[in-house]
Design a protein around this ligand. Structure first.
Ligand code: DON
Length: 313
């Protein structure tokens, strides 16, 4: 069954991709991290992997791009593995905000002043301070190792130009982090926490790397190709739930209705998604809509999910 469907996906994918690519002109590449403004606005690529290692792909799958917010799913999981649920959810909440991903509006409106969820910038910065390690370099190395393991790609590494570009210009994240420190949410030095955060956002991947990581989540933490248990099932369940409720930021409700799959986007135009129990999906399309999600990527996922009736709902 799976083999037949992946063949059918491969047959249809190039045509859908080219139709969705036409959306690129209606969006913009991110420029608030200056280095990202060099991203190719018309690019669109997708890689879908099944539990037998069969793949379907189309478009610009050779493009490397930084994970940005997609990495937040995995730092959340690592923080849960390092500390357990009680410690993590003492510092971040479980609710969507309805605000932009970089908003700090609600931090002052609620008590305790903890970030609403781990996938907005404030929440992910709080999560960075919970990664185990005796210094920022050790924490970052643990995150990178985890991503290498999940992607089955030992050469995964940082895009240092994007890392520096963000670090040099991150006034908003920096102010948020100092605010969180004052609220007692961050442990350690603010600049150390931010360094861990900027590094994991700058990990460079391809669509195939994201598809492989997503495949592990789709199979409840187990790599179906090797049988290896990489993440406890409970933490995958938490991560996938956040992907549904907050993974596409303040467009998560609309995405749940139109696509109906767990997903996480990043401002580089990447999207990691999955069909639980079946496929891992990695996608890139740097042209973004007003909510910060890949404009053509969302259109492409809508088309495929509707054609194959993949919605969980
Ligand atoms: O902190 C930032 O703004 C970026 N490093 C990540 C933001 C991001 O990817 C939000 N995505 N839609």
């Amino acid at each position: 069954m799976s083999l037949i469907e992946i063949d059918r996906i491969q047959e249809l994918l190039p045509q859908w991709l080219e139709t969705s690519r036409q959306q690129c002109g209606y969006g913009k590449v991110a420029s608030y991290i200056p280095e990202l403004s060099n991203s190719p606005i018309d690019a669109l690529g997708i890689h879908i992997m099944d539990a037998q290692g069969q793949s379907a792909s189309a478009g610009d799958t050779g493009l490397s791009f930084t994970m940005q917010s997609i990495s937040k799913v995995f730092t959340l999981i690592l923080a849960l593995m390092d500390n357990g649920e009680n410690v993590v959810f003492d510092k971040v909440g479980m609710e969507p905000t309805g605000d932009n991903f970089n908003s700090m509006l609600k931090l002052e409106l609620v008590q305790p002043g903890i970030p609403f969820n781990p996938l907005i910038n404030a929440g992910a910065i709080a999560i960075s301070s919970l990664i185990a390690g005796s210094n920022p370099a050790e924490k970052s190395a643990r995150v990178l190792d985890f991503l290498r393991q999940l992607s089955n790609n030992s050469s995964l590494n940082y895009d240092l130009e994007v890392y520096r570009s963000e670090k040099d210009t991150a006034n908003l994240n920096r102010s948020m982090a100092y605010f969180l420190k004052d609220n007692g949410v961050l442990q350690g030095q603010v600049e150390d926490v931010l360094d861990v955060y900027f590094r994991h956002c700058s990990v460079s991947v391809t669509c195939a790397d994201l598809a492989q990581m997503a495949l592990v989540l789709a199979h409840n933490g187990k790599n179906p190709l090797t049988g290896e248990e990489l993440i406890p099932r409970r933490y995958v369940q938490i991560a996938k739930t956040f992907m549904i409720t907050c993974g596409m930021y303040n467009a998560s409700g609309e995405f749940a209705i139109q696509v109906g799959l767990p997903a996480k986007s990043g401002v580089s135009g990447g999207i990691l998604s999955m069909v639980p129990g079946r496929y891992g999906i990695g996608l890139v399309g740097p042209s973004l809509n007003r909510k910060g999600n890949s404009i053509a990527g969302v259109a492409l996922l809508e088309a495929i999910s509707q054609e194959f009736d993949w919605s969980l709902f």
